[in-house]
Design a protein around this ligand. Sequence first.
Ligand SMILES: Cc1ncc(C[n+]2csc(CCOP(=O)(O)OP(=O)(O)O)c2C)c(N)n1
Ligand SMILES: [Mg+2]
Length: 468
Amino acid sequence: MFRRIAVSSSRFPLAYSCSRGLATATTPQVSGLSGSRLPNSQSYITPKLHFFNSVTPDGQQIPTYRVLDGLGKPFEDATVPEVRFRLIGLDGLLKTSMQIDEAYARKIYEHMQLLPALDNVLYNVQRQGKISFYMTAYGEEATIIGAAAGLKNDDEVLGQYREMGVLLWRGFTLDNVMNQCFGNEEDFCGKGRQMPVHFGSIDHHFHTISSTLATQIPHAAGVGFALRRDPNRRGKSVAACFFGEGAASEGDFHAGLLLASTIPSPTVYIARNNGFAISTPSSEQYHGDGIASRGPGYGIDTVRVDGNDVLAVLAAVSEARQRAAEQGRAVLVECMSYRVGHHSTSDDSFAYRARAEVEDWKKVDNPIVRFRLYLESKGWWDSTAEEELKTRLKADVMKAFKRAESLPRAELSELFTDVYGGEMPWNLKEQKAELASLLKKYGNTWGPWKSELARFRNKGEDLLKEVK
Ligand SMILES: Cc1ncc(C[n+]2csc(CCOP(=O)(O)OP(=O)(O)O)c2C)c(N)n1
Ligand SMILES: [Mg+2]
């Protein structure tokens, strides 16, 4: 028998451990060739011509780790039947082992509910033309909040764009969210110079989102490496990188994982496999066994998780971050879910998938309902609590929306600041002067410019005063 890689590790049975030492321990002896190996590898020589196309020992697809069944009941033989994990407690400290108690479970649930509360309002606000763009996280609430809870709050996060929930988990406020989406003068992420949902916050260890798919993947390998080189953060902090299964088709995915594996770098790669890359279904995105099968190819410990089970995601990500921190190496977690919403406000997904399919997913495998059933079974939640929560979240979101809408944009001249450190380069100075002279000529005479200018603090006066 030809066995390509090592099987499960003792610390986490469903992870495919790829450390080189294990290969020797688990590879069977081949009769007649006992002990013969290639001189430059650990590979045994075999007389059997055997092709393989699976990373599991039995040729099956990689299994999916789950804690709660569809009705929110923990599996009897789950890895953690009493739902006790290594957790970052509500005090922000890492516990070797901690039971999920009522306070912790409610915090998770409230954050899962906060995402659709925001999405419902901001999606419609975009439709009314008040913001330019928006992306919802419908269907991925368990993946995003479970992963956020599994990380330490000072782990460096490099997201793709659907990970606003990580920021919210870390204390980013509703005002912060709204200010960024409206790009008003209080948007500290980018002073209104980024598209909505392109958040970034130094205080929340959240690197600014880039629309260009997959760039965050090699960047994360570098961030992880920098953490490893920093004596104050080595062994304590990791880089956590989110990306979609579509982004994983970019060259940057392969470059990034190879880099993180070989340098090596304490980086947790979290693949959100939500079944679609805009209109491309995952069945057309790859021919192999999802994203997880690629981890062992790069020598990276890997696990696949039910992304609709918040406790499974939490357990897998917290174990992955611990491995990454302790071993200084990359780990890959693939979270399986289904993108219930449209890709973005620029998409109509019913042009390429049936409405009935989406409705089925909402009912049959809803991550929020699943966790709510778990809470109810513990006596921690009921319909009154549900009603109160939804009313409160809606009111909070509406309050932040109205406030953000009423604020002006930053001063127009801010358009040119902070692009580079140090003195402003000549080309920006030139562009700034050109804009100022155009404003002087047309700003208060041409209707569209006049109404746009009125939306900036000081109505563009800061630029106009620079025109001689
Ligand atoms: C380099 C690059 N190519 C294409 C696009 C256009 N684009 C934006 S999002 C997207 C789909 C990404 O899908 P996935 O990675 O699965 O993430 P999801 O939207 O499902 O969360 C595409 C093709 C882009 N932004 N950047
Ligand atoms: Mg996707």
